[in-house]
Design a protein. Sequence first.
Length: 298
Amino acid sequence: MSRLRANALLLLAALIWGSAFVGQSLGMADVGPLTFTGLRFVLGALVVSPLAWREWQGLRAAGRPPGRTEALWIIGLGSLLCTGAVMQQVGLQTTSVTNAGFLTALYVPLVPMLAWLFQRQLPHWSVWPAAAGCLLGVWLLTGASLTSLSAGDWWVLASALPWAVHVLLVGQVANRIRGAYLLACGQFAVCGIASSGLGLTTESLSADGLRLAAGAIVYTGVLSVGVGFTLQVIAQRNAHPADAAIILSSETVFAALFGAWFMGDRLPATGLLGCALILACILAVQILPQRQPLWAAP
């Protein structure tokens, strides 16, 4: 696969993920956040399952099938995924699609900070100004006053922590299992089953509500969870790391565009400045460490 084609697939994945915020927001008019999250991740697991089954057969043939320890890691990652997804979904009930897209992306500068705290991996110097810039961006996004953060904003902001822990661990677990699709399918299934189970016991569900929400559930489950992840895995095998960082970060921009188009989201000048600052900091914390060898002392 050429670099250009890989970049095009990454852009498509970012487009799907950005647009999914609209589906997540609209779908909850008829079902609760737990039920919505559970059903879309079950669908995502079904989409990835053929690739996961093929990977499982290959690992078993090579004498390296995942065991009990690997299963526990998958359950742990699925639980983190469920926590982040549900918190984001709850937040979308009372915040805008644009705010949700940018506030969720704050997990990016949080990942290297957590790696430093818990794994003693010294972060690149760019993490610290990027983190400060993101906080300033959130302040501007909320009208230059943190007191104007809605309950939904706080839920989405808090979801950045489980997202960050998940991102920190998922690569290590994938390398241990040696099966990206198997890990993806397993964690999607754990998330879907856990969230659906909680939804059935705490939320009311009607046939009419499920029917009205079906389109949003299918779109966010099949495309956002299943296809989006698959595109990312395929493309990042051939894409330049700097290209991937830039293109995948455009998810936040697509979320804002779709929010304005379908939901009527409008931001004042300070809000737009805050979005631009958050996006710049997210890009910086991904790209600058990759350029460090060019700046290192001889």
